[in-house]
Write a new protein. Structure first.
Length: 202
């Protein structure tokens, strides 16, 4: 959060009005997760069906990440068409409520992920069961995944560093047509930063 506070201060120094706020729809996390569970397995299966069409052959577990294969083939009670339609309707409403926040605010500033980059072994799909890996990944997607759903432009900037030399990302999110503003402010923030790259170990 310190990096986010530093960015907020930098924006304020540049004459931007800055305040602590977030889309109210973010408080609907649990309900969104429930509706997402109804739609999730069907969406993963749809991914495999689309891949089969592209390959013109049946898809096997060797064609995709173990994570995707297991989630697409979970033994779940199939949702009824009415339940699917209700879930889709709720999700569309959540997207509208989230995007509406940007009618009042130009940008949202958040961390990119919840912690510095993990060791590769900790998220290696060959070392962890898919559902265990999902539990590890969900916190890392908390700040970025919503914008995949809403279709809004977002960018992660390496604006801070850990004592170990790992980059700390700060995410900027704009409204649906705010790419120019987003890129302009991102370039402005980076202009005062000395470019750095973490050490490479190969």
């Amino acid at each position: 959060m310190r990096a986010v506070e530093e960015v907020a201060a930098a924006l304020a120094e540049r004459g931007h009005a800055v305040e602590e706020a977030q889309p109210e729809a973010f408080s609907e996390y649990e309900e969104r997760a429930l509706h997402g569970a109804v739609l999730g397995v069907a969406e993963y299966r749809s991914c495999l069906e689309e891949l089969e069409e592209r390959l013109s052959r049946p898809v096997t577990s060797e064609d995709v990440e173990p994570f995707l294969w297991v989630l697409a083939n979970l033994e779940t009670v199939a949702a009824s068409p009415e339940e699917m339609a209700q879930a889709e309707l709720w999700v569309r409403g959540w997207i509208r409520r989230t995007r509406a926040w940007f009618e009042e605010f130009d940008l949202l500033v958040t961390p990119t992920v919840c912690e510095p980059a993990p060791l590769l072994e900790s998220v290696d799909p060959h070392l962890h069961e898919p559902l265990e890996l999902l539990d590890k990944m969900v916190p890392h997607m908390a700040f970025t995944e919503p914008w995949n759903a809403t279709g809004q432009p977002a960018i992660s900037l390496p604006l801070a560093w850990t004592p170990e030399g790992l980059p700390v990302g700060v995410q900027l999110v704009a409204g649906g047509d705010g790419e120019d503003l987003l890129l302009g402010i991102a370039a402005d923030l980076l202009r005062d930063r000395q470019p750095r790259r973490p050490a490479l170990h190969a």
